[in-house]
Design a protein around this ligand. Sequence first.
Ligand code: SF4
Length: 226
Amino acid sequence: MIGSAVLRLRERVAALATHALAAARGERDLAALAEAVWAAIEDERARAPAGDRPGPACRPGCSTCCRVNVGTLAIEGAAVAARLRVDAGAAARARDLLAFHDRVRWLEDRERVADRLACPFLDAGGRCAIHPVRPLACRGLSSLDAADCRRALSGVAPDDDEDAGLVRMDLLQKALHDEAFAALAEALAARGLDARCRDVSGMAAAFLADPGLAAAFLAGARVPLA
Ligand code: SF4
């Protein structure tokens, strides 16, 4: 069941991206593509029989997983930037986000966890401030038990404890989002566009800092991130 849903989604996202990227001219078009992909994923999830699958333990304010690097494509960064651009102080926000990205760019997840470098999009209550436009990598994660997450990200488990990093999750949700990410990256590469991913902080900041970046990106420019 997971396999057929994932294959169907991959074809849907590939078709969506191919069509949308051919016509896209700027940030709003990239944001619209991201929204269409999220909708396609939700449609596939809704088609899957719920069966006796346990519900997620994830709740607003539980931000245990928001301390690792979030691989984000340019399309997703543009979607976040489009959302943030309406706020006052966008330029300063972009500078802060870029500074954070510089700090975490070369860190492994375990180093980032140890340094307590939580995602800069977390608000004071531990909620995601960009929840409606969060990246696929965030959307794909769910946990069936918050204790799994705390143990996996505690940073104190011995290296030889193979179970310490295991988090039981909704595998269909994870597979659909991973597949959508891969299909989007392939569609970008097929058009000769920058298909690299960077942490959500940097990818969002790059587009937020330069309102003309989306058009340049669609014309073949690389996102200016190391
Ligand atoms: S973007 Fe939102 S959900 Fe994703 S890591 Fe950051 S705060 Fe968490």
